[in-house]
Design a protein. Structure first.
Length: 225
């Protein structure tokens, strides 16, 4: 089956790609949507420009689509990209967002292709255990009480996961960040031939909104042994 994977560079889209490859699918394209806005109803925004390096490391062609980030219009922008591709299906990293999954499913139905969401409604804690064991992931955006500036740039390892589970218990945040509590960037994956190395980054923290972003200004690929 020829598929495109919706790809933001974060943990969920990389898991979707990992799943698709393990299924034996022919992953023809990675599709990244670039929003003019600093936020989006549908798409991951922080550091999405790095998908170019990640796609090169994965050895899969990257297709970039552009959107103004207008609600519902950005869905049609994605459809316009997918309908130009020779694919039988689309794979997404949707976990729990009905808004996101319903729209991707609708696009797929209209285009006559299949929609796959391998992590849909999985147990968040168990899912994150797989993420920590499979990928090298850092947090590049936070927007929830309990996730302070110190989380920006932090790797999600077993200790970080324990703390996220505790924050879920105390404040109700989604352990996998599906409510927008945090955003991630994958530095290494089993299907990468090279690791993503951050050369320069800056932290932007808004104390009033209790949210922040780690903006990657320069990065490069380092070949794995």
């Amino acid at each position: 089956m020829k598929v495109a994977v919706l790809y933001s560079g974060g943990k969920d889209s990389n898991y979707a790609l990992y799943w698709a490859l393990n299924q034996g699918f022919n992953v023809r394209y990675l599709v990244s949507m670039i929003s003019e806005r600093d936020d989006s109803y549908m798409y991951h925004v922080p550091n999405v420009h790095l998908t170019e390096l990640q796609a090169r490391s994965a050895g899969i062609p990257l297709v970039r689509g552009f959107t103004r980030g207008e609600k519902e219009r950005e869905v049609e922008d994605l459809k316009a990209v997918l309908e130009g591709l020779d694919i039988d299906g689309v794979v997404s990293g949707a976990l729990a967002s009905e808004y996101q999954k319903r729209r991707i499913d609708r696009i797929a139905e209209e285009l006559g292709i299949q929609s796959f969401a391998p992590a849909w409604h999985v147990d968040a804690a168990e899912y994150m255990k797989v993420i920590t064991k499979t990928f090298s992931v850092i947090i590049v955006g936070v927007s929830a009480y309990g996730l302070d500036e110190g989380w920006l740039g932090r790797r999600i390892d077993e200790q970080a996961l324990r703390e996220l589970i505790e924050l879920h218990r105390r404040y109700g945040i989604h352990v996998a960040g599906e409510g927008g509590e945090y955003e991630t960037l994958v530095l290494d994956a089993p299907f990468f031939t090279s690791r993503l190395i951050i050369d320069e980054a800056s932290v932007e923290w808004d104390e009033r909104a209790y949210s922040g972003v780690l903006r990657i200004l320069r990065a490069h690929l380092e070949r794995k042994a």
